[in-house]
Write a protein that binds this ligand. Structure first.
Ligand SMILES: Cc1cc2nc3c(=O)[nH]c(=O)nc-3n(C[C@H](O)[C@H](O)[C@H](O)COP(=O)(O)OP(=O)(O)OC[C@H]3O[C@@H](n4cnc5c(N)ncnc54)[C@H](O)[C@@H]3O)c2cc1C
Length: 382
């Protein structure tokens, strides 16, 4: 079988995974869909009692609807607001039974790894041409599947965003630009989450300015806007995205409501915080201090329990433990963090790594103190 005859693997049969499968089927491309749960929409079912805030129109993919129409499906009323359970029962379950999808769906099948067939993860030669190989926990055994491409629609309900919470993984050169180009090519909105990387953490207001040619359509932000003292988050929309909502009277309503949206006290805290950022020239410090932080932590690389030190873009970094250290003690990361706290520094244990994200007002002596506390934490493993 040649590479192009292989199916496209879809991880997760939630709203996005099943819609992706419908798009593949509509293009005559065979999908193979793996869903960890016993039924489609397993994550949505977990909050199935909640009524969502967008009506059916926005919950149903148009290509999926086309596929369903051929099955005698009764489309729900577009302006009604479903619960999570209703989304599963009236949309995802019928879609799972539609031709092109039903025969490709594996329930109770959890994808545990994705690699390139026959290519060592440290070698590049031939990587681009090798098919993807998925290891799947299915029917109490580990099965291998080959795919020409993989669409990860495993969602964030069971697996929060790995970029920050997965242990500070830096984007490789060209990654951010590549994502932006791909979005532009397919007219997909580019959404940049600046909750972690904004307000100076990368040395700019929203972090994304570090990639000069990238123009997001939407930026989400929180935390740093008030320095975390009061809860506030927001979304910035580009003119292109905002225009239909505000250009003319009678346009669609921008639904971005929460009970305490725009709370006056939180906004006052934000304004005060922004004043301080400007007055004390805090924002650029995230970039000025990125090298000193990395330099302070890099000597830890020689510690026997350390796999690598990641950092160098903004005032955040991670000290990742070696595979051996974690194999020897699965609780090692937590132990290092506790011992570092005993040494006077609070750090964040994350999936195999200790994340360091100090206040933007730190000085060189504090960076050295962080490194010393981490070393004490690592030594405590011995
Ligand atoms: C309370 C609540 C209300 C919401 N209201 C709205 C709303 O009004 N409007 C709106 O647009 N959005 C709303 N959302 C968000 C929306 O539900 C999600 O954006 C949507 O479910 C995402 O779909 P998904 O397919 O990407 O992920 P999910 O629904 O999370 O589905 C992912 C699927 O992947 C499976 N999976 C995970 N890991 C693996 C693996 N390793 N192998 C195989 N399968 C795996 C999971 O079991 C799951 O079934 C709401 C969310 C919540 C929690």
């Amino acid at each position: 079988m040649t590479h192009s005859q292989l199916p496209v693997a879809v991880i997760g049969a939630g709203p996005v995974g099943l819609a992706a499968a419908a798009h593949l089927a509509s293009r005559g491309i065979e999908p193979v869909i793996f869903e960890a749960g016993d039924s489609v929409g397993a994550s949505v079912r977990e909050w199935g009692h909640v009524r969502v805030f967008s009506p059916w129109t926005y919950n149903i993919d148009p290509v999926a609807a086309d596929l369903l129409e051929g099955t005698g499906w009764a489309a729900p009323p577009g302006d009604a607001y479903p619960t999570g359970d209703e989304i599963v029962q009236r949309y995802l379950e019928p879609l799972a039974g539609a031709p092109g999808i039903a025969e490709s769906l594996h329930l109770g099948a959890r994808v545990v790894s994705v690699t390139r067939q026959g290519v060592d993860k440290l070698k590049d030669a031939g990587r681009d041409d090798a098919p993807f190989q998925l290891m799947v926990d299915e029917d109490s055994e580990e099965r291998r599947y080959l795919a020409r491409a993989v669409i990860d629609a495993s969602g964030t309900w069971t697996r929060p965003n790995p970029i920050g919470a997965g242990g500070v993984r830096l984007p490789v050169d060209g990654y951010i630009e590549g994502v932006a180009d791909l979005c532009a090519e397919h007219d997909v909105l580019l959404v940049v989450d600046s909750v972690i990387c904004g307000f100076g953490r990368l040395g700019t207001w929203f972090g994304i300015e570090r990639w000069e040619d990238v123009r997001p359509d939407l930026i989400t932000f929180a935390k740093g806007i008030t320095s975390g003292y009061l809860p506030l988050g927001g979304v910035i929309a580009s003119g292109r995205v905002a225009a239909p909502f505000f250009e003319e009277p009678g346009g669609p309503m921008l639904r971005h409501g929460a009970t305490y949206a725009g709370h006056a006290s939180c906004c006052a805290a934000a304004l005060a915080t922004l004043d301080i950022y400007e007055r004390e020239d805090i924002i650029p410090r995230g970039q000025r201090l990125e090298r000193p932080l990395l330099d302070a932590l890099t000597p830890l690389t020689t510690h026997p329990a350390v796999g690598e030190v990641r950092g160098g873009v903004g005032l955040l970094a991670a000290v990742a433990l070696s595979d051996e250290a974690i194999a020897a003690d699965p609780g090692a990361v937590g132990k290092v963090a506790l011992a570092a706290r005993d040494a006077g520094v609070i750090v964040r244990p994350l999936l195999g790594a200790i994340a360091v994200s100090p206040p933007l007002v730190v000085e060189q002596e504090h960076l050295e103190e962080i490194a010393a506390a981490l070393r004490a934490g690592l030594d405590a493993l011995a």
